[in-house]
Design a protein around this ligand. Structure first.
Ligand code: THU
Length: 132
C-alpha cells in the first residue's frame, strides 16, 4: 500500500534518540497527494513532536486541507506493536477529517489494523461545533 510505504520511509528518518520509538505517518489528501512526517524528539523532552503532527503541518504548508486517510507506522517489524495515535493527535487529525476517515496503524513490517476516526475519538469536538 502506497500510504504504508510512505509512512515507513518517513519512520526511517525519525529523530527519536530518547525513546528510540520511531514513528512515521502518511496522509492521503483530498487531492490525492501523499504527505508524510516523522516524530521529532528534543533534548528538552516536552518539546518533542509526534509523527502525525509533523505530517499534518507538512500537509497544511503544502496547501492541502483535507485528510482522506492516514497511516501510522510504529513498532519494529514483526513486533505487532502498533502506534495508535495519541489523544492529542486524534484531535489534530479531527481538524481535517470526519468520523468515517480511516486510520491505519502498522508495525514496520506491515502488520496492522484499521480504525475510523469515530472509533478512536467518539463524540469529538471539531470545526462544526464552532459553526465552521
Ligand atoms: N509518538 C508519535 O509520533 N505518535 C503518536 O501518536 C504516539 C507517540 C511518538 C512520540 C515520541 O517521540 C515517541 O513516539 C514515544 O512516545
Amino acid at each position: 500500500m502506497d500510504l504504508f510505504e510512505a509512512a515507513r520511509a518517513a519512520r526511517d528518518r525519525a529523530h527519536a534518540p530518547y525513546s528510540r520509538f520511531k514513528v512515521g505517518a502518511a496522509i492521503r489528501t483530498g487531492s490525492g497527494a501523499i504527505v508524510a512526517g516523522c516524530n521529532v524528539e528534543n533534548a528538552a523532552y516536552p518539546q518533542g513532536q509526534c509523527a502525525e503532527a509533523t505530517a499534518i503541518g507538512t500537509m497544511v504548508a503544502a496547501g492541502h486541507g483535507r485528510i482522506v486517510e492516514i497511516a501510522v507506522v510504529g513498532g519494529e517489524a514483526g513486533s505487532g506493536i502498533l502506534c495508535t495515535p495519541c489523544g492529542g493527535c486524534r484531535q489534530r487529525i479531527r481538524e481535517f477529517a470526519g468520523p468515517d476517515t480511516p486510520i491505519h496503524v502498522f508495525d514496520a513490517g506491515g502488520t496492522g489494523r484499521s480504525f475510523t476516526l469515530g472509533e478512536l475519538l467518539p463524540f469529538s469536538f471539531g470545526p462544526d461545533n464552532l459553526g465552521f
